[in-house]
Ligand binder design. Structure first.
Ligand code: C2O
Ligand code: CU
Ligand code: CU
Length: 489
């Protein structure tokens, strides 16, 4: 709570400021040195190492992670102090098998409070990383992940109340991949051809340290794009198929991905696992915390071809994220089958509890308060207040609404809110009264709400009782109270 109080004191109010904050996309701090001089498409992509268990028993695998500061050379010659799981940014990848539990013990050797959340995991409440379940500096906590869910690309990241944005920005995030027999039996690209890619924008000071400011109410955007912690990397690929697990791990940057603008990408999975069948796309919107499993077939290109993964939501100068250089021919016996999986979707029930969650900025007037609180149903987050009680096993319809302040139907005043639910994955039934977009017709745990959009989802609350969170995954919005608690009883 201290951090929020400090923030209130540091941000001075006033209607002009409020208006500016709502319409200005805010970029990096003044202190940031900007992207000039950072190499582009020169540094090789790195793949985060896979974490080995420290012990295995019949029932589970045990892992130990130390959260610590470390110097990491992100910008050549200017080491950055990162806060990392095992001292790495991004953290090591945890790869597990379905129905085999992982017990992960975290030791906090940082000078800040931390909380670990497994994003996309169906996890008992005391292991879910509730925002106030802090691990204080020097302390440890053990999290148990049952992995009783479909194969999917998850991620683990910090979730400490009021400071998630800073903790994640400084490095506390990593991949968590669940595999299962169904996925492993498919002839998809595997091993070195199954590559996780996390996209994160960052800003730097002249000495190489991260430049971060939680006071950016619209969310903190950097000016250097990193993939797996490497600025604008290049990846040498063979002329064959690769599976990529895309994660938008940015605090506040929306992505609209393309391969060289128009090249084909085959979408095979969303946050909750494989789709029933592959979908051919050329653009892939990916909001913060959204994941997409895709296959790219580089055998379509001659050796020597260079292709850019682009974020076409940006101006051309900043649009290129990374480059794939096709450097060799290679045999490829992988393929994308026309039938991938049975996602076992739910039937839309005739009657079900329907809840509306309205996300909006609230103007507030009070001494020392910032002029804007990000709210859900008009209320800022209070860990002691439950906003919904749901019976275990229930299927509910939830409507997420992005509303402009004061109920004004002005798209320009509403910020995008990628809305995320813990515990329960969901099916999107309607986006603005129409069918969901092509890339969001699988199980999801995060959905982008742009402008004054309205999304209806169907979810089932199974496996665990307890308190869980629902929030905007713009991490500065989350830290500035755009979060709600629900209880499964
Ligand atoms: Cu990825 Cu509650 O968060
Ligand atoms: Cu989550
Ligand atoms: Cu938001």
């Amino acid at each position: 709570m201290k951090r929020r109080t400090a923030l209130r004191l540091s941000v001075l109010g006033g209607a002009t400021m409020a208006a500016r904050m709502m319409v200005d996309p805010v970029r990096a701090t003044e202190r940031s040195i900007g992207p000039v001089g950072v190499p582009r498409f020169d540094l090789p992509l790195k793949i985060p190492p896979v974490l080995e268990p420290v012990a295995r028993s019949d029932a589970h695998d045990e892992y130990h992670i130390v959260q610590r500061a470390a110097a990491q050379e992100i910008l050549p010659g200017r080491p950055t102090t990162i806060w990392g799981y095992q001292g790495l940014f991004p953290g090591p990848t945890i790869r597990v098998r379905r129905n085999r539990a992982a017990v992960v013990r975290h030791t906090n050797q940082l000078s800040t409070h931390t909380v670990v959340h497994l994003h996309g995991g169906a996890v008992p409440a005391d292991s879910d990383g509730f925002a106030t379940d802090m691990v204080t500096p020097g302390a440890s906590r053990t999290y148990t992940y049952p992995n009783r869910q479909r194969a999917a690309t998850l991620w683990y990241h910090d979730h400490a109340m009021d400071r998630t944005g800073e903790n994640v920005f400084r490095g506390l995030a990593g991949f968590y991949i669940i595999e299962d027999d169904e996925d492993l039996a498919l002839p998809l690209p595997r091993g070195p051809f199954d590559v996780p890619l996390v996209f994160q924008d960052r800003a730097f000071n002249a000495d190489g340290s991260f430049a971060y400011d939680t006071g950016r109410h619209n969310g903190f955007e950097g000016d250097v794009m990193l993939v797996n912690g490497v600025p604008w990397p290049k990846m040498e690929v063979s002329a064959r198929k690769y599976r990529f697990r895309f994660l938008n791990g940015s605090n506040a940057r929306l992505l609209q991905l393309t391969l060289n603008g128009t090249e084909p990408i085959t979408l095979i999975g969303t946050e909750g696992g494989l789709l029933s069948q592959p979908v051919l796309i050329t653009t892939l919107p990916l909001a913060m915390a959204e994941r997409a499993d895709v296959v790219i077939d580089f055998s379509r290109y001659d050796v020597g071809t260079k292709l850019f993964l682009m974020n076409v939501a940006e101006k051309p100068t900043f649009a290129q994220i990374m480059r794939f250089d096709v450097v060799r021919r290679e045999a490829d016996d992988s393929r994308v089958p026309s039938r991938l999986s049975d996602p076992a979707f739910l039937e839309r029930p005739k009657t079900a509890t329907t809840r509306t969650w309205s996300l909006r900025a609230g103007l507030r007037f009070g001494e020392g308060l910032p002029p804007i609180a990000w709210t859900i149903n008009g209320k800022p987050f209070d860990p002691n207040r439950s906003d919904a009680a749901i019976a275990l096993g229930d299927v509910e319809l939830w409507r997420f609404r992005n509303e402009a302040p004061l109920g004004l139907p002005l798209r320009v005043l509403a910020r995008p809110h990628p809305t995320h639910v813990h515990l329960a994955h969901f099916q999107i039934l309607e986006r603005n009264g129409k069918p969901p977009l092509a890339h969001e017709r699988g199980w999801k745990d995060t959905v982008a709400l742009d402008g004054i959009e309205d999304v209806l989802v169907l979810l089932r609350f199974s496996q665990f009782r307890g308190r869980y969170l629902l929030h905007c995954h713009n991490l500065e919005h989350e830290d500035h109270a755009m979060m709600a608690r629900f209880d499964v009883t």
